[in-house]
Design a binder for this molecule. Structure first.
Ligand code: ADP
Ligand code: MG
Length: 332
C-alpha cells in the first residue's frame, strides 16, 4: 500500500490512506460535479444582454464588483472579463447563496448576480436568455439589469476520462449539477454519462448521492471541486477533489486529491488500486503458502534449518521485492 500511494503521488494523485486506495478498486459508480470538474474552470464571457437603459460596461462592472470575493469559477470569469477595471472595494456585504449566486451591496445598491432561481427567490422579473452556456442574471435594487452568458467548455480529457472509467470496470457514471437542465443535458450528451440530474442545490446533491449509495453494490466515488459540493465529498464512499482549482474545504473533505484537475486520473487511480490489491493478495498467498508448506515438511521431518530460514527471511525479502512493483504506475 505504501508503494501504491507513492506511485499514485508521482502521477499527481494524492491518496489519504490505504483504506481509500483499497476502496477505489471496487468502485462501481462514479458521480461527477459539472462546473470545474468536467468543464473547464476558466470559461469566458460570450454575450451581454442588457435591459433598456443599461450599458454593457455598467452591467459587467456591477456583476464583477459583486463577484469580487467569490471563488466560484463563474465568478472568476466575470472578474477576468472586466480585467483590472473593477475596484475590489466597491462590493460589500457579499453573501454567497450556494447553487444560486451572490448577493452584495455595490455602490450602495443591493445587487444580485445568479441564476433564475436566485431571481425568482427575490421576485425579480427577468427575461430568460437562450445561450449555449451558463447564463447569469444581474439585478440591482429590485430592478433587472441584464444577463451575462458564459461559455462552459468541457475539459479536453473529460470525454476520454468517462470512456476510460468504463474500460476500467465502472458500471455507472452520473453527473450532478446546479446548472440549468438545457446546459446539463448538452454537456452530458457530449460526455456520454449514463445519468444526469440538474438544477440541484448542495443538499439535493447529497440526497442524490444517498439514493445512489442505497442502490449500488460496489463503492461510490464522488468527484468535485468542493465549491457547493463539499458535503457530498464527505458523504460518498470515496470523495475525490480537484486540487489545483478546488477549494481548501474540498481538499480537506476529500479522500483522494487530483493535483492537476485531470479527470483522466480517476481511472488511473482505480487501476493503481487494483494492481496494488493484486500484489497484496499475491504476497499473502505466497507467504502463508510457503510457511504452511515448510511447517508440514518440518512436521514430517523433511525440512531442515535452511528451509526454515528461507520460509521466514527469504519469503519476507521476496514479498518486499514484489511490493516494490506497486511503485511502477507509468504503464497503467
Ligand atoms: P455545479 O454543480 O455545476 O458545479 P454549482 O452548484 O456550483 O454548479 O452552481 C450552480 C449554479 O448556481 C451555477 O450554474 C450558477 O448559475 C449559480 N451560481 C453559483 N455560484 C455563483 C456565483 N458565485 N455567481 C453567479 N452564479 C453562481
Ligand atoms: Mg461545482
Amino acid at each position: 500500500f505504501f508503494g501504491g500511494i507513492g506511485g499514485a503521488s508521482r502521477l499527481g494523485i494524492l491518496v489519504k490512506g490505504s483504506n481509500y486506495l483499497e476502496a477505489l478498486g471496487s468502485t462501481e459508480t462514479v458521480v461527477f460535479d459539472k462546473t470545474g470538474t468536467l468543464t473547464d474552470g476558466t470559461f469566458s464571457v460570450t454575450e451581454l444582454v442588457c435591459a433598456p437603459g443599461v450599458s454593457k460596461a455598467e452591467l459587467a462592472d456591477i456583476a464583477a464588483a459583486a463577484e469580487t470575493f467569490s471563488t466560484h469559477p463563474i465568478a472568476q470569469s466575470v472578474r477576468a472579463y472586466r480585467g483590472a477595471a473593477v475596484a475590489a472595494e466597491r462590493g460589500r456585504d457579499v453573501r454567497e447563496v450556494s447553487g444560486q449566486g451572490v448577493e452584495a451591496v455595490v455602490d450602495g445598491r443591493e445587487v444580485l448576480v445568479g441564476n433564475g432561481k436566485l431571481m425568482a427567490a427575490h421576485h425579480i422579473a427577468f427575461t430568460a436568455v437562450e445561450a449555449p452556456g451558463t447564463v447569469l442574471y444581474v439585478a440591482a435594487d429590485g430592478t433587472y439589469l441584464g444577463a451575462i452568458a458564459i461559455a462552459d467548455t468541457v475539459k479536453p480529457g473529460a470525454v476520454r476520462a468517462i470512456a476510460d472509467l468504463r474500460a476500467a470496470g465502472v458500471k455507472k457514471t452520473v453527473m450532478l449539477t446546479g446548472d440549468i437542465r438545457r446546459v446539463a443535458d448538452h454537456v452530458a450528451g457530449e460526455l456520454c454519462v449514463d445519468e444526469v440530474h440538474s438544477e440541484l442545490l448542495p443538499a439535493d446533491k447529497v440526497a442524490q448521492v444517498e439514493r445512489l449509495l442505497s442502490n449500488a453494490d460496489g463503492k461510490l466515488a464522488f468527484v468535485g471541486d468542493g465549491i457547493n459540493d463539499a458535503p457530498v465529498l464527505s458523504r460518498a464512499d470515496i470523495g475525490i477533489a480537484m486540487g489545483a482549482m478546488g477549494s481548501d474545504a474540498a481538499i480537506e473533505a476529500a479522500d483522494v486529491v487530483l493535483m492537476d484537475d485531470d479527470p483522466l486520473k480517476i481511472s488511473k487511480a482505480i487501476r493503481i488500486s487494483r494492481k496494488c490489491l493484486r500484489i497484496v493478495y499475491e504476497n499473502i498467498v505466497f507467504a502463508l503458502g510457503i510457511k504452511g508448506l515448510c511447517l508440514v515438511l518440518g512436521a514430517m521431518g523433511i525440512a531442515n534449518m535452511w528451509a526454515a530460514i528461507f520460509a521466514d527471511v527469504g519469503v519476507m525479502v521476496i514479498a518486499v521485492l514484489n511490493a516494490i512493483r506497486a511503485l511502477r504506475v507509468d504503464n497503467l
